[in-house]
Design a protein around this ligand. Sequence first.
Ligand SMILES: Cc1ncc(COP(=O)(O)OP(=O)(O)O)c(N)n1
Ligand SMILES: Cc1ncsc1CCOP(=O)(O)O
Ligand SMILES: [Mg+2]
Length: 208
Amino acid sequence: MPSLGRLHLITDTRPGRDPLAVLRAALPVARAELVVQVRVTDDATDREAYDLARRVVALCARYDATCLVNDRLHVALAVGAAGGHVGADDLPAGAARRVLGATAVLGATAREPGTAAEAVAAGASYLGVGPCNATSTKDGLPAPIGPAGVRAVAAAVNVPVVAIGGVTAADVPALLAAGAYGVAVVGALSGAADPARATAELLGALGC
Ligand SMILES: Cc1ncc(COP(=O)(O)OP(=O)(O)O)c(N)n1
Ligand SMILES: Cc1ncsc1CCOP(=O)(O)O
Ligand SMILES: [Mg+2]
């Protein structure tokens, strides 16, 4: 399996956003370093998730980028995505691994070392760790864990740790120093005036 990309772009399907335009800007810059996670709002239908994921898989294939699907693993399988990402309200990591198969990329959300180690033992191949900072992109999150929280999780596992939550290029050096392998962003790219440039800034900070 090729190594996991370090820059994870999570689709922003909120009203007024254009996730495919952001993706088209980011892909030529980040290419195989980009992991695109198709994340739709909870009220989106499976058909809407499928239609978006199918288009993302096709775009990613042109650049050797990786497409994952958040939550809806049946959609991941249906579109031939490389894998999926699950959290506390989704299938447990072990069940997700059984659904996706042994070779798929499987991300699991973790905020502290104990649950992180459990997720890895159950089959997670990377961890999404956060929220690192405050974010307006997702409601109901616990308090930010900052680089210190990322450090605690990274020290407890032997899979890539992807830091998430209000992450900007300015945060990346401290997150890497804490043991993060990469970062996952919504707003830093979706809200950027120039998403291609913002992609290049994030990659530069990641040392890619
Ligand atoms: C890389 C990454 N990390 C964490 C999450 C959050 O997943 P989850 O806790 O299941 O919340 P939702 O994204 O499903 O609302 C993620 N998606 N990606
Ligand atoms: C889905 C998710 N899970 C934890 S924070 C977050 C949102 C990340 O978005 P942003 O990069 O805009 O803070
Ligand atoms: Mg989820």
